[in-house]
Every structure is written in C-alpha cells, then in structure tokens.
Design a protein around this ligand. Sequence first.
Ligand code: C6P
Length: 398
Amino acid sequence: MNLRSQFPILDTQVHGHALVYLDNAATTQKPQRVIEALDGYYRTLNSNIHRGAHHLAAAATERYEIVRRQVQQFINARHHHEIVFTRGTTESINLVASSFSRRYFTGEDEVIVSGMEHHSDIVPWQLAGATLRPIPFSDEGVLDLEVYERLFTPNTRIVAVNHVSNTLGTINPIKQIIDIAHSHGVPVLIDGAQAISHLKVDVQSLGSDFYCFSGHKMYGPMGVGVMYGREEILNELPPYQGGGEMIESVTFERTTYNQLPFKFEAGTPSVGDVIGLGEAISFMQEVGVDAIAAHEDELLRYATSSLSQLPGIRFFGTAPQKTSVLSFLLGDAHPYDVGTLLDQLGIAVRTGHHCTQPIMDRYGIPGTVRASFAVYNTKEEVDGLYKALKRIMPMLMS
Ligand code: C6P
C-alpha cells in the first residue's frame, strides 16, 4: 500500500539508517493531513467551545460537534450523545470505573477481566474497590470461555475485556463474551485501544455497553480518546469530574448536571485534537478499514513465517485470530538488549512487559520484543527486521 509519502516522519534517519517504525501498537504515526488539521485549527479556529458568543467559538464548536457525529458513524453508535471525548483509553476506562462503581458497587464487588488485560483495564477497577476475576488463556493466547462462564457470581458487577491484546495480538471473541455477560444480566466494557485501527467496530451489533479507544493509536493526535456508552446506562451514571460544561445549574447548596454527553466532559476539552481525530477517521475511511486489515494481515503472515526461520526464536501470542502484533524472544537474550541493538540499526520496536505484567507472569518471562505493523509498513521493512535480528543474534545468544 503506497501511503508512505503521506507520513513525513517516515523519512527520518536514525543512527545513519532509514527509520523502520514497528512500534505502531504504542502509537501510530500521523499523516500530513492530520498534522495540517492541527496546524489549521490553531491558525484559524482556536477558541473555547460551547461558551463564547463570537464567530470563532461558534465555528470551533461546530467542528468539534461534527467530529462527534463522525465518531458515532465510525463505530455505528445509535446516538451522537453516546460519544464522550476523553484524553484516551486510560481516561475512558477510569471514567467508567469511577462513575459505574459509585452507582452500582455495594462493598462486595467483582469485575471479570481477561488474563491479558492492559494495566489500564486492571488498576481503575482495583482503585474502585473491586475484586478481579481474570479469565485464563491458553499458551497460544486464546481465552478459555468455559472458565469464563463459571466466573459469574451474584457479586459480578461488570465484565471488562480488551477487544485485541496489545501484547499477544489476539482478537478476543467479544460478541460471545458480551452475549454471555448479558445472559447473566451483567454489562460489558470493551477496551478497544488495539482494535480500532485494525477492525471494523459496530457497537450496536456487538451490543457492548461501553467501548473505549485512543486517537493516537489510529493515526490521530495524542491527548484525545473516546468513551462510547449506551444512552440508557450513561443516564444512570453520576458524573466523573466536576467543573465547567458538565453542569445545568450551580448554587452553593446544590448542582444539577448537564445532559449527555456534556455531563461527562468537564472543563475545556482538547478541541484541536478532536478535530485532528476527525481527520484521522477520514483518512482511515478513505483507505478503507478492510483494506488496512488485509494489508496488515499479509505483513503479519509474512513476518511470522520469515522470523520463524531464526533459530531459538519463541513467539508469544499465536492465536488463530490475530492483528498485526508479533511478540517474541530470541533464546535467552534480554528483550531490552534486542531492542537497543535494533535501534542502532534504525528499527523501532517496543520491549518490556507492555503494561501487561500478568501476561509476563503467565509465561514466566521478564518481557518480550514486540514488532507491530501499520498500514504504511512494507515487506521490505520486515526483511530489514529479519536481517537485523540475524545480525545481532550472535552477539546476544550464548
Ligand atoms: N498500549 C502499548 O504500547 P492510552 O495510553 O490511554 O492511549 O492506552 C492505554 C491502553 C489501554 N488498553 C490497551 C489494550 C492498550 O494497548 C493501551 C496502550 C500501549 O501497548 C502503551 S502501554
């Protein structure tokens, strides 16, 4: 897919080598049009929204609200007021955990998560006082749904699982997970941080109660994300933060709250970043989510078969349904050493526990090397990774 020229950063040289950027699960690079949208916002539109009586305030508000409808359409939400802008997936999940627990927790509360959750979908529930019941997974990285069914108790308040694992790449069967939870009368939050740039998401056909994601992992800016919530459930929840915009009226005795979605958007939002997110969605729609997925699948297959030829390589996450994440270890080499040597050759990967320490404990390893692909990556770059690994292996393996 010849989109590379739209991404200026891909021309960067690193340590005398052309950059090979394979850290897309951490954050994707941004196309020129997203950079221009941010620049254009600050040059021509910058203003606080929903407040001022003047032209710029009205124009910025209109653009911001257009993006809300664009996101609604992108994930097929029923209503635009079900889309709440946040700073990212982490804030979206913290919002739900905080508001949901204040409304529904009674003191003996269990949350079912998967054993492959990101810390962002573990810690907020612990902060809310829940006991976590993790769904185990196989060596390949597939969740055990039979055990899942047995984790429900009268104290189960919510199920919170990721759509795609950032470390293993597994695409979890979230429709099935949601249906099972609903048959127990339990709502479901989906952490879509790693799914939104690879898979078509339809929150209505999935039936998810909450769906959270970050703009920066889908070719958009950092500092903006989305918390989708079903209207009925959002109407039941108390606000997350207090401040401007989320109120209807304030006195020193009593405050009443604004309607959805503003009830959950206290303070000045990151307007320019929301507008940049809109541009990123347009980019993805013009390329086509299916075309993006097909290209990345091809790269994943190619990379898996190519790297399999390296003696002593071990892959983590070999589920049949995967996105373009390849986690591995080279013999007993420490992942950090592999990452540092790759960097010297211009190749950017992530190393460590990837904010999923329970996965590392499950396999008894300190971390992995993770290569993750996006729409602009090429087979030549995969070849570059293979050659670089081959070159550094003798330095690392005893
Ligand atoms: N994973 C990674 O390199 P934020 O930081 O709020 O945009 O996203 C948090 C988050 C939540 N859930 C999942 C499944 C994620 O992968 C992430 C972010 C990055 O894998 C940074 S740790």
